[in-house]
Design a protein around this ligand. Sequence first.
Ligand code: URA
Length: 238
Amino acid sequence: MDGESERAQKVLARLGVGSRRACEELIREGRVTINGAVATLGDRVSEGDQLAVDGVVFSTMPEIVVYLLNKPAGVVTTASDPQGRPTVMDLIPSEPRVFPVGRLDLDTEGLLLLTNDGALTNRLTHPSFGVDKEYIAHVKGNPSRGALRRLREGVELDDGITAPAQVSVVAPGVIRLIIHEGRNRQVRRMCEAVGHPVVRLVRSRIGPLVDRRLKPGEHRLLDSDELLSLQRAASSSR
Ligand code: URA
């Protein structure tokens, strides 16, 4: 409802009670109440109002949803792109309206959260609460022990030195990095700074969340255990 009031019949129709015309009829028959008072045609309801038909209450609060999306390369992490490129919003249901939590670069693949829970978004993106994120970076060349140590200890970037990171080698030319800062293009800039530009970047974990079965372009809702562990991870400050 986006914080605005709407006619009761419109809200009831959207909630699946019946067609707009049928819902008007229910109001005329005096079977609809708003916050306990019998509604008349033309009455409006706002978010949080208690709307009932024959005493059965319907929630007008928007449902909180958290999606986990496996973002493919070539998709922009934005609510709308002026250049008309495909966006992450094209990959998830349009209702209820959700927003990406942070962003992945156009060419970065992997896990991205989208939610309409603003408080959770704030906690997940706030530097003092930010949860760990794991990336698999395919890089040019084979980083030496010295290069790996620099990545671990902190790399001087133009916006300052990076915080210590966990870095390990997965295969020749493939490294796993775990960072908790969320600076712009951070992993790409870190790898570039030690002489190994990234050729492919995949986010494989956000805090406690992993999903190896979710295919590129697919999304799913978090289950209640995942939500709880994410809330926990996002509320333990560093
Ligand atoms: N670091 C990057 O360089 N790019 C991303 O998309 C995410 C982290």
